[in-house]
Ligand binder design. Structure first.
Ligand code: HEM
Length: 410
């Protein structure tokens, strides 16, 4: 990430900020709730009401079309490869506005149903039992590598209908593609890598789409291929884009949710005790983790029409806003005692899954995974504690979670 000019008051791009962002976010919310960040060239919003307004505004003021921004300023000799990547991103539901966005959401809603998520329950229980059982025999685990990373990947493979062994290859493509849209400065090498990752994804998913043309299966990929709204259906390019979007949107976020759940309970024995006494509190506890340590830190929108956000503050067309979900979720105007982790919290309408038209379609699946893992973990171990409380976080504006978490278990 770039060096900050000396006059930037809130250093929200540094690793130090991301290891404990809440004091800075509180200061921003209290003193500069609509902060113009010179390096991001965006207004950074930290109040619940403002973030909620931007995400819910549905009269075409804000746009999620950000693809033109990806790779701006990269050398001319990689322009063709950049175009291939950006044409691929243009099919992603996350980067579309209505009516194209509405069309894709309606088509995936036909395939990605409550039943398809609920049918994963047994698989989630068995994978959680297996991974947690292996940790019991070792007496410790590195939560990210041993549980939170592998579990969502195995469950996603089951859902989509691809072999779980292919996860490593798909992760490699993701790590090549993500830097292009993750913010930060992109060079020719990154464009080359992203291009190779995009081709890798195409080759991989096209092979699976072709196989289902001769023999349909009962998995999500077949259901997405069969989904129709009237005569409309997903094209092959859209299908590949949807598989990759779902995969990337699922993996790191669900992994952070699981890691943050275990971390937060290690740090708060009284909350853990409450859960042990009443396991029915677990669904509320998972949502409280989402609020308290939001896996999705922030999200950008482009302003396409002039908009008065609050009295005297007008957002100009062409500018960007960054809605900090992690700050909105700790706004005392919306949540009583917001810096307290409370597994019995009521009316917990946090924004960690966003809201409005882009609200996360995978929320039920993430909640189910989080709840099953937490319950299995609590039931498996009489005691668990942090081996090291000094955690590293990547300075990423979209995603937040510890990079590793070592826990001793008994
Ligand atoms: C704890 C886990 C998760 C969190 C915190 C999370 C959070 C989010 C957020 C905040 C957004 C909207 C971003 C915005 O408004 O710009 C989003 C969108 C999305 N999520 Fe999730 N997500 C999670 C899990 C999942 C899972 C399991 C899937 C699917 C398997 C998924 C698929 C998607 C997709 C496809 C979108 C784009 C929707 C659209 O643009 O209309 N997510 N997610």
């Amino acid at each position: 990430m770039n060096q900050l000019p000396p006059n930037v008051k809130y250093d929200i791009l540094s690793p130090a900020f991301h290891s404990d962002p809440y004091p800075t976010l509180r200061a921003m919310r209290e003193q500069d709730p609509i902060f113009s960040h010179p390096l991001l060239q965006a207004r950074v919003l930290t109040r619940y009401a403002d973030v909620n307004t931007v995400l819910r505004e549905n009269t075409g003021v804000f746009s999620a079309r950000k693809v033109e921004q990806f790779g701006v300023g990269t050398p001319e000799h990689v322009a063709d490869k950049l175009r291939v990547c950006n044409d691929f991103f243009r099919t992603w539901v996350a980067f579309l506005d209505p009516p194209e966005h509405t069309r894709l959401r309606s088509l995936i809603a036909k395939a990605f149903t409550f039943q398809s998520i609920e049918s994963l329950r047994g698989k989630i229980e068995s994978v959680a039992g297996e991974l947690i059982g292996a940790a019991r025999s070792r007496g410790s685990l590195e939560v990210v590598a041993d549980l939170a990373g592998p579990l969502p990947r195995q469950i996603f493979a089951e859902l989509l209908g691809i072999p779980a062994e292919d996860t490593a290859e798909l992760d490699r493509f993701s790590s090549m593609v993500i830097p292009l849209f993750g913010g930060g400065v992109i060079g020719a090498d990154e464009v080359e890598a992203a291009h190779a990752g995009v081709l890798g994804f195409y080759a991989y998913f096209t092979k699976h789409i072709e196989a289902r043309r001769s023999e349909s299966t009962s998995d999500l990929l077949s259901k997405m291929m069969e989904a129709r709204v009237g005569e409309d259906r997903l094209s092959d390019d859209e299908l590949v884009g949807m598989c990759v979007t779902l995969m990337i949107a699922d993996h790191e976020t669900t992994s952070s949710l699981i890691t943050n759940s275990i971390l937060t309970l290690c740090r708060r024995p009284s909350a853990l005790q409450l859960l042990r006494e009443d396991l029915d509190l677990i669904p509320g506890a998972v949502d409280e983790v989402m609020r308290y340590e939001s896996p999705t830190f922030a999200t950008f929108r482009r302003v396409v029409r002039e908009f008065e956000l609050v009295d005297g503050v007008t957002l100009e067309p062409g500018s960007f806003v960054l809605g900090v979900l992690a700050a909105a979720n700790r706004d005392p105007e919306r949540f009583a005692d917001p810096d307290t982790f409370d597994v019995t919290r009521e009316n917990n309408r946090h924004l960690a899954f966003s809201t409005g038209i882009h609200t996360c379609p995978g929320a039920a699946m993430a909640r189910l995974e989080g709840q099953i893992v937490l319950r299995t973990f609590i039931e498996a171990f009489e005691r668990f504690e942090l081996v090291d409380d000094d955690l590293a976080y990547a300075p990423h504006l979209m995603l937040r979670g510890p990079q590793a978490l070592r826990v001793a278990v008994r």
